[in-house]
Design a protein around this ligand. Sequence first.
Ligand code: SF4
Length: 535
Amino acid sequence: MNNTKKLLSINNLKKYFPIAKSSIFQRDQFFVKANEDISIDIHEGETFSLVGESGCGKSTLGRVILQLYNQTAGSTIYYGRMISDIAPRYVYKILVNPNKYVREYNKMFEKAEAAKKVVEDAGGDEKASFIQLQNRNIYTAEAATLFSQGARVLGGFFSLEDPVPGAKLELARFKADTALAAQKRINKKISINIDLLADQIEKETDSSKVFSLEKRMARLKAKFEAGKEKENQLRSVRNKALTEVKKYKEQFANDEKFQECEKYSDGGIDLSLLKYKEMRGLRKDLQIIFQDPYSSLNPRMTIGQIIEEGLVTHDFFKHGSSKMKEYILETMRSAGLQDYMLHRYPHQFSGGQRQRICIARALAVQPKFVVCDECVSALDVSIQSQIINLLDELKEKHGLTYLFISHDLSVVKYISDRIGVMYLGNLVEVGDTNTIFNDPRHPYTVALLSSIPTTEIDDLKKERIILEGNIPSPVRPPEGCKFHTRCYMACEKCKRVPPELVEIEKGHFVACHFPEKKIDSNGNYLFKLNKEVKE
Ligand code: SF4
């Protein structure tokens, strides 16, 4: 799966919800830390699942990726469209003022270096080291984010000694690219209108109306011709700008620093920096299917109207278009709904059928990425498998990418290509489905797997891991490893030092100080042995 193209790249994502102060004398602002330092890549055509107990932050993460909640920090880069298609404001800001980004980056980098020095000088002072270590991580992450934001947009120009000429050329290319894309869109719209008008003229029998329609057609054709000419002009401006940029880049082709920066200039769109209106233009690419099919459908609208709403909002069809009805019926059929259901209301359907309606509504706008947020949890087991099969079929047919969120590992097993296990806002283990089920390395993953209900005699005999205690508060999470208060392998180090998510094998990431094997080939647990060895 890693060979396919990246669709989303999430880096150091954080989501904190502020808590209302209890009195005017309360000075400190507290936050619910729902997501902390999440970094994952999601590839085109894969199903990436998030699992974990209720309250671990998986649904929040799904919504933050779609920017339904603003993210507190980090970046969410989307590669489904090119930056010039959207022409976001933030690109202009970075291009116009590259030196500001260099300055900001240097400032953060210096702070991180200073914190590192304090740790080195602290000697035995553990507390001072711990705070500085945390600060250093924050500064380093922010410097890296700034660096990649600027470098992504500028194609590596900005960290060179003389960044401005390169930035100016890149800005000219970007503007030309954007103008060309906008003109192409206008021309396409005119050509659709010409086709529609031609149909109308063909069907019209009243000669006076035909005359006025033909006049309109002549005007439209003239507009189209002018638009085409403008498109050609813009294309030559764009090509000229591109040649200039290429020439500039060739000058630095062998410059090491330039090459380092170049790998960031990937044309992805940082969703977290988009304005509300810009994000609206991408909404149709990024859809969500909610957990509760009862409350996520408007009870006052028929199924036809529910699906139509998205199509009209995203300019697929004009309100009242005759072609739209056929399209809606086709979408309903692909989601396993019958034509006669078009004019029915949500309350006339069963839970499974309602979830099919939600799926049809999401897929009607031809998305590229769909978040399935506990979308089978509210359904009977027999219906769950129908919906999972349907999602799988639609994924193959339309080349979709899913983020499948569930607390149920047995469901996730059948649909996922890769799985991310979350605990208290952090990703603690990421790997392909086979690895997570057969070679889990994080104690929490092992505990989750051991809790899957089974009827296999051999499995029934096996010891189960009961996690003791409640999930700690996300307002004041435990220091060190957040799982140490419930972990059966925790030791002194775990209480002090937070483990980082480290790649222990290709594509297998674990955030634990002891990522050794936890189960043997017969499925027996090895963690007790590990505990004796480590303690
Ligand atoms: S770091 Fe320590 S407490 Fe955390 S999961 Fe690993 S063994 Fe358990």
